[in-house]
Structures are given as structure tokens and as C-alpha cells.
Design a protein around this ligand. Structure first.
Ligand code: SF4
Length: 82
């Protein structure tokens, strides 16, 4: 999964771009739900939030490191509804 750092300026550019609806406004900054984030695997070649963030504050979440295969499996689960 990806993670938004505290550099976030709460611009709301990233949330509408997320195909998984994983991004929402948190208490201090925008946040990514690691259970929903596939890093855009299954949807796009690149992580869309990373592409659009004006301050480059979206990184790989060190606490939720996943392989391409794991991300794809998550994508399959999410679209399968289970
Ligand atoms: Fe924060 Fe970047 Fe998303 Fe803007 S695009 S809300 S700065 S994470």
C-alpha cells in the first residue's frame, strides 16, 4: 500500500483519482486505507495519486509492504466483492 506523509497540504487532488476509493480526509492530512490501496495495480500502470500530488508526499508504506502479486490478489478480492 501507499502512504501519505505529513507533508500533505490537504489539496484534495488525489482522492478523486483513486480507483479504489482508498483516499479520504483524515484528522490532520489525507490518509490512505491500506486495505483498499492496490497502488493502482489492476487499474493503471502507475499510482495515480503519486502522479497528481503537487508536493510528492505519497510514498510506499513501510508498514504495509506488498509484492506485485499480493497487490494483484488484493485487487481481485476488491473487484470480486469478497
Ligand atoms: Fe495531500 Fe498530495 Fe493528496 Fe494533495 S494530492 S491531498 S497534498 S496527498
Amino acid at each position: 500500500a501507499l502512504k501519505i506523509t505529513d507533508e500533505c497540504i490537504n489539496c484534495d487532488v488525489c482522492a478523486p483519482e483513486c480507483p479504489n476509493g482508498a483516499i479520504s480526509q483524515g484528522e490532520e492530512t489525507y490518509v490512505i486505507d491500506p486495505n483498499l490501496c492496490t497502488e493502482c495495480v489492476g487499474h493503471y500502470e502507475t499510482s495515480q495519486c503519486v502522479e497528481v500530488c503537487p508536493v510528492d508526499c505519497i510514498i510506499k508504506d513501510p508498514d504495509h509492504q506488498e509484492t506485485e502479486e499480493e497487490l494483484r490478489a488484493k485487487y481481485e478480492r476488491l473487484i470480486g466483492g469478497g
